[in-house]
Structures are given as structure tokens and as C-alpha cells.
Design a protein around this ligand. Structure first.
Ligand code: TMP
Length: 230
């Protein structure tokens, strides 16, 4: 399909972290900042981001697997659904936006699959990397912001919003500890792309760090991202 070709002048920034890390709030703040600075911005998320992919998300996260009568989902099935959602999202939404010169801000992407299905569920990381390449036709983020914080703090925040809990939130704490370590290992392996931020402080303090990183990143880019109201 040639997704890698003709990627255009857009910018692809992903927001990652364990449950309750504040990444979704920070993504909204970053979108506001970038729009004020004249960039065309698309906010999107995974799993999801297209009508069809959002239906996969509902199936995946809304499934009541925590009830004793529910059918447990095999890790391979979970992974396949996530990748199905990702391939649709990349082909139909992310790549077209990047070609138009849009800054795409995505709440979770391929790193989440390595962290959750790889480090969390124990699936083979090399296999998952190959599958990610297949689903994305090789698209990787230009920049990833990883919001790190202790698992009990994140889960505590999520429990306060009981309605917002999904099937994976309800995994035991040691699952989320593996996911956190996984994200940190990925960050150590991809130092240039993944920037680790402390997600523990109040949202405004974290937002200041996000603003600094984004401004520096945009200034340093050799290929400027188009602004629409400079
Ligand atoms: P969130 O939108 O609240 O972060 O929820 C998305 C959930 O989906 C979260 O529990 C992590 C999970 N997930 C995976 O397990 N693997 C993935 O590749 C992605 C994108 C999400």
C-alpha cells in the first residue's frame, strides 16, 4: 500500500503510559497549545480512531471478562483485535492526515502493544514488533511522550473514576507493574524517540514539561511542519 512512501510534512506524536498516568489530559493540553501556535492538529486514540476501529475498541475493552460467566479472551485474540484496529486507523486516518501536513497526536500506539501484550501478557516481543510493522506499514512516531508514575498511584486515580475503568484496568497490580517496566525498557532502547516524563505531579506541572519538550522538538526539526495561522 506504500504507507511509508509520501508521508508528507506532518508530525506523528504519541502519548503513552500506564493506566491513570494523565496522558489523555496532557494530549488535550498539547493539542490546544499547538493549535494556538497555528498548527493543524488531529487528536486521536488507540484502540479506535475510526468508526470501525472504535467498534473493535468497544468489543475489546467493554467485554465483561471480569465476570465469572464471561468467556476469557486469549492474549493472541486481544492482540489481533488491537492490530486490526491499528491497521485501519493508520491507513484511513493517520497517514492521510500526515500527508496533509497535520500534527497527529495519538493516545497510545505500537509501544502499548509491546508493553501490554508483550511485557504484560508475555507474548513474544519480536513477533509483536513484526506484527506492528505489518499493521502500520512501518510507520513509527516522530516523538513519544511516556508518562511514568508508580502503578498504585495510577490505579488509584482510575478507581476514583470507577465508570472509566476498562477490562485491562481490572488486571492485577503485578500485570501493570510489568507494563510499567516494559515502557521504561522501551524508553531506554529508543532514547531519541521516547521522552519519559514524571506523571505524578499535578496536571499543570506536567503540562509545563510537555510544552517545553514540544517547543524544543518543533524548533529542532529540519523539515518545518506547516502552520496555518502563523
Ligand atoms: P485507555 O484509552 O484508557 O488508555 O485504554 C486503552 C486500553 O487498551 C488500556 O488498558 C491499554 C489497552 N491497550 C493494549 O493493551 N494494547 C494496545 O496496543 C493499546 C493501544 C491499548
Amino acid at each position: 500500500m506504500g504507507v511509508k512512501r509520501g508521508r508528507g510534512r506532518g508530525l506523528f506524536i504519541t502519548f503513552e503510559g500506564v493506566e491513570g498516568s494523565g496522558k489523555t489530559t496532557q494530549l488535550a493540553g498539547a493539542a490546544k497549545l499547538l493549535r494556538e501556535e497555528g498548527y493543524r492538529v488531529l487528536e486521536t486514540r488507540e484502540p479506535g480512531g475510526t468508526l470501525f476501529a472504535e467498534r473493535i475498541r468497544e468489543m475489546l475493552l467493554g467485554h465483561p471478562a471480569d465476570s465469572p460467566s464471561a468467556e476469557p479472551i486469549a492474549p493472541e485474540c486481544e492482540t489481533s483485535l488491537i492490530l486490526a484496529s491499528r491497521s485501519q486507523h493508520v491507513a484511513r486516518v493517520i497517514m492521510p492526515a500526515l500527508r496533509e501536513g497535520t500534527v497527529v497526536l495519538c493516545d497510545r500506539f505500537s509501544d502499548s502493544t509491546l508493553a501490554y501484550q508483550g511485557y504484560g501478557r508475555g507474548l513474544d516481543l519480536d513477533v509483536l514488533s513484526d506484527l506492528n510493522r505489518f499493521a502500520t506499514a512501518g510507520l513509527t512516531p516522530d516523538l513519544t511522550l511516556l508518562f511514568d508514575l508508580p502503578v498504585p498511584v495510577g490505579l488509584g486515580r482510575r478507581r476514583q473514576k470507577e465508570m472509566g475503568q476498562n477490562r485491562l484496568d481490572r488486571e492485577p497490580p503485578h500485570f501493570h507493574e510489568r507494563v510499567r517496566q516494559g515502557f521504561l525498557e522501551l524508553a531506554a532502547r529508543h532514547r531519541r524517540r521516547i521522552r519519559v516524563l514524571d506523571g505524578s505531579p499535578d496536571p499543570e506541572t506536567v503540562a509545563r514539561q510537555v510544552r517545553t519538550i514540544l517547543r524544543k522538538f518543533l524548533q529542532r526539526r529540519k523539515k518545518p511542519v506547516p502552520r496555518h495561522n502563523p
